[in-house]
Design a protein around this ligand. Structure first.
Ligand code: ATP
Length: 234
């Protein structure tokens, strides 16, 4: 079966400094790959390079079986990959939530009524239908995260690349987000520092360290331990 992403000997540099070198990766249908690693390791850079938003310094990138070398190749395949930016404010730019979430389907050529119903369905899938008429830039950080994700779902992508999806998301919304991702049938790459989230969702993990991409283990174990809780009393 065709791999969704194939990276071979990929390197990325910035201002004469190597950020990633000799990166190899195959992503197959149905996989949920967690990308972990310390701050500044190059996880976001890797996602952006896969999408052709960052220039590679060598090696090859194949998306859905097609070699991507120029912006023309990337631009044609990019709509099939829903990319959640690390910063929600880079993703939201329409006045209202429903306009933001409808933007993708409209851009893909759906008519206004169809785009609106795709957007409403995406918001409902994340349990945030009530945010539809809110002003995008006045949402809370966690609400923005979910709205951005709804914007990706509305485009019905083949796969997702999510940069810190749980950032700023509370426990209730976090559970909604996990359920929506579990139900998403396509493959995904999850960049996350949230170990519980990774253990819950990912089918395998890799770590970016010292410019290399290496296999990593997912620690998924149950144990009894002490918790410190904050109780909000009345
Ligand atoms: N636009 C830019 N110009 C110059 N250097 C940059 C730029 N963006 C990122 N970098 C640098 O490239 C390196 C990799 O950054 P990147 O954002 O990919 O790391 P990351 O693993 O995603 O980190 P984090 O976990 O903190 O999000 C870092 O040293 C960072 O400072």
């Amino acid at each position: 079966m065709t791999k969704l992403i194939e990276l071979s000997g990929l390197s990325v540099g910035r201002k004469g400094r190597s950020v990633l070198s000799d990166v190899h990766l195959d992503l197959a249908q149905g996989e949920r790959l967690a990308l972990i690693g310390p701050n500044g390791a190059g996880k976001t850079t890797l996602l952006r390079t896969i999408l052709g938003l960052e220039a590679s310094g060598g090696g090859s990138i194949r998306l859905f079986g097609e070699e991507c070398r120029t912006e023309r190749h990337f631009a044609r395949l990019r709509p099939r990959i829903g990319f959640l930016f690390q910063d929600s404010d880079d993703q939201l730019f329409c006045p209202t939530v429903i306009e933001d979430v409808s933007f993708g389907p409209l851009n893909l050529g759906h008519g206004p009524a169809a785009a609106r119903s795709m957007a409403e369905a995406a918001l409902a899938r994340l349990g945030i239908a009530d945010l539809a008429d809110r002003i995008s830039h006045r949402l809370s950080g966690g609400e923005k995260r979910l709205v951005c994700l709804a914007g990706l779902f509305a485009m019905e992508p083949d796969m997702l690349m999510l940069d810190e999806p749980t950032n700023g998301v509370d426990a209730v919304n976090g559970e909604r987000l996990r359920k929506a991702l579990r139900d998403f049938p396509g493959a995904m790459i999850l960049v996350s520092h949230d170990a519980d989230f990774v253990a819950d969702l990912a089918t395998r993990a890799m770590v970016v360290r010292d410019g290399r991409l290496l296999p990593a283990e997912i620690h998924d174990h149950a144990h009894t331990h002490r918790h410190r809780h904050i109780h909000v009393g009345s």
